[in-house]
Design a protein. Structure first.
Length: 327
């Protein structure tokens, strides 16, 4: 009997469904992927299923196509953001490529279900940020496990100290022009020039114009009750929300900052009026406090922003769905 072809609701059937049956580790071989989607997957399971699980993500086309620098930095940052061992990413080294899309779920180290087909591990393929149709078919988990392990035996961990020697990591200096790099580096304003951008205010614009938000809002969101004092959000004006500059509510994206960090942010709150950091909404507050020269639990004042010389943060949309963040 032929195995059923799956074309609808792939995210639920393949990426969430097995968790309800006790699966606890997903091994993936994919041609292409993104750090933001991996983090979205982990957060969806935590929020809706109250489950943590491990992802072993193996990206197969880096050996042929290389990998854009900020995509690499986002994968490394996502490993840290997910904490523990929940996410581990590996790349095919130069000279080795694999365009397969193979998903194997394990329970306590034993393969329990698997699929193969056309869907890369991405939001577009799994229907999160697009309407692309893909097809997947279940396969024998033991055979799929053996195939996947053999295929990724020579892959290199994204966090390897010699990753720049083993994988061609590049920056796109001009349209269709790539320049290979040998180490990580921050994005600059010049890199982001002539791209769509918005300025988001870090101070009040109506009630007390020019003044920092009181406890319980903006950069001081966590300055109340038993919350972590560093918790913060970036206010998003209604005009920006309506324009659709950022991904939809709840979909994380990578923000590469002008000092070389990578944060993962998402549109949040009623009316899409804020940017939160995920998975920890203190991440963005800690970043701003560090830039301002403050302690982790400090109350941010208007004087702090004036001393620094900025009361807004700039976001620039990049070609790959990530953003540049300048403060």
């Amino acid at each position: 009997m032929n195995a059923p072809l799956i074309r609808d609701d792939l995210f639920q059937q393949i990426l969430l469904g097995p968790l309800a049956d006790g699966a606890d580790e997903l091994h993936i071989l994919t041609g292409y992927s993104s750090a933001s989607f991996a983090l979205f997957h982990i957060l969806e399971a935590r929020e809706h299923l109250k489950r943590d699980f491990s992802i072993r993500l193996n990206i197969g086309m880096t050996g042929e196509d290389g990998l854009e620098l900020f995509a690499h930095q986002a994968f490394v940052a996502a490993e840290r953001a997910a904490s523990g061992a929940w996410l581990r990413v590996s790349y095919a080294p130069t000279g080795l490529s694999d365009h397969s899309k193979l998903y194997v779920w394990c329970r306590s180290g034993v393969p329990v279900c698997a699929w193969i087909g056309s869907a890369n591990y991405s939001g577009a393929a799994f229907g999160i940020d697009g309407s692309r149709r893909e097809s997947m078919v279940p396969v024998a988990p033991d055979a799929a496990w053996r195939t996947l392990q053999a295929a990724v035996a020579q892959f290199v961990p994204a966090s390897s100290p010699d990753i720049f020697a083993q994988v061609a990591i590049y920056e796109a200096t001009q349209s269709e022009v790539r320049t290979r790099v040998e180490q990580a580096k921050p994005m600059t304003a010049a890199d982001a020039a002539n791209r769509p951008h918005v300025a988001l205010p870090l101070v009040q614009r109506t009630r007390n114009p020019g003044e920092v938000h009181n406890a319980g809002a903006g950069l001081n969101w966590g300055q109340r009750g038993s919350r972590r004092r560093a918790e913060a959000y970036i206010p998003v004006p209604a005009s920006v929300s309506r324009a659709g500059f950022f991904p939809p509510h709840g979909v994380p994206f990578a923000a590469h900052t002008d000092d070389g960090a990578t944060l993962f942010l998402t549109i949040a709150q009623d009316g899409d009026k804020a940017l939160h950091s995920v998975p920890d909404n203190a991440d963005v507050g800690l970043w701003f406090r560090r830039r301002l020269g403050l302690t982790a639990d400090a109350f941010v004042t208007t004087s702090d922003l004036r001393r620094y010389g900025a009361d807004e943060v700039i976001f620039v949309a990049l070609a790959d769905g990530d953003y540049f963040m300048s403060f």
